[in-house]
Ligand binder design. Structure first.
Ligand SMILES: Nc1ncnc2c1ncn2[C@@H]1O[C@H](COP(=O)(O)OP(=O)(O)OP(=O)(O)O)[C@@H](O)[C@H]1O
Ligand SMILES: [Mg+2]
Length: 255
């Protein structure tokens, strides 16, 4: 492996993605460093979820290249589940499966393990995300919003992937639950050495848990760096996002 492959978990170059006559991503380039938590902000409908889904191969691209852990992505499905875990924006659990069965789902799909071992893994993963063994036999309808996110996270991490994709993981949670979830992501990133790619609108998440923040506008990454650098950005959309009336009000209240 050369140096660049070791440094970057994800490298996106000149990515073009569209639907019909609509171009969503327009020659977008982005590097995600190994071991970092990268936050992604952008207008609603701007293409954040499309970018994530294209990186993991769910949406075809019209142009450009994507490397993940030094390997080009191109219709190659084998090993994908071993490389990344995903918390989708509409990250539903399977409602007819228990918490335990949800967490075991990727294990069943990808490995041949004894029931005993799968049970051990499920409990260990649930404890890792701050849930208790007693929660394992609950059904998704019996969980709170915060617990649901944690189960989805345990499922995403079931196969110990080095990369974690999160699409608005704290939306819909109250500020305390959201803060707890951010802290959990920070802890997991440190203890497991995860690379985390997180789409979020949550200013608190961007400020407290992200190493760097990337801004998506007009189909491109228009600014990327630590939050304090983004706050200095001259790009009109980035300025409007962080210094517009609404975020000013929030930042004022945060002081
Ligand atoms: N499968 C699809 N087929 C057609 N158009 C799509 C598809 N997926 C996304 N789009 C379009 O791509 C654009 C970007 O959508 P995307 O979901 O990436 O936005 P987003 O930045 O994640 O927004 P939000 O912050 O609201 O989640 C939208 O115009 C959307 O309608
Ligand atoms: Mg989205």
């Amino acid at each position: 492996m050369d140096e660049s492959q070791e440094e970057f978990a994800i490298r996106v170059r000149d990515l073009v993605v569209g639907f019909g006559r609509q171009t969503v991503l327009d020659h977008l380039s982005l590097d995600v460093r190994r071991g970092e938590i990268l936050g992604l902000v952008g207008a609603s409908g701007g293409g954040k979820s499309v970018l994530m889904r294209t990186i993991i191969g769910l949406i075809p691209r019209q142009g450009g290249s994507i490397d993940v852990m030094g390997q080009p992505i191109g219709g190659r499905k084998e090993g994908a589940a071993m490389t990344w875990g995903i918390l989708f924006q509409q990250g539903a659990l399977f409602s007819s499966l228990t918490v335990r069965q949800n967490v075991q789902f990727p294990l069943r799909e990808n490995l041949v393990l004894s029931q005993e071992l799968m049970d051990e893994i499920a409990i260990a993963k649930l404890e890792m995300v701050g849930l208790r063994a007693q929660d394992a036999d609950k059904y998704p309808s019996e969980l709170s919003g915060g617990m649901t996110k944690r189960v989805a996270l345990a499922r995403a991490l079931a196969l110990d992937p080095p990369i974690l994709f999160l699409d608005e993981p704290t939306s819909g949670l109250d500020p305390i639950a959201a803060g707890d979830f951010d802290a959990l992501i920070g802890t997991l990133q440190k203890t497991l050495g995860l690379t985390v790619f997180m789409v979020t609108h949550d200013l608190a998440s961007l400020t407290t848990v992200c190493d760097r923040v990337a801004a998506l506008a007009d189909g491109k990454i228009v600014a990327i760096g630590p939050m304090r650098e983004l706050l200095q950005s001259e790009h009109p959309w980035v300025r409007a996002y962080f210094h517009g009336k609404r975020s000013q009000m929030l930042q004022h209240e945060m002081r």
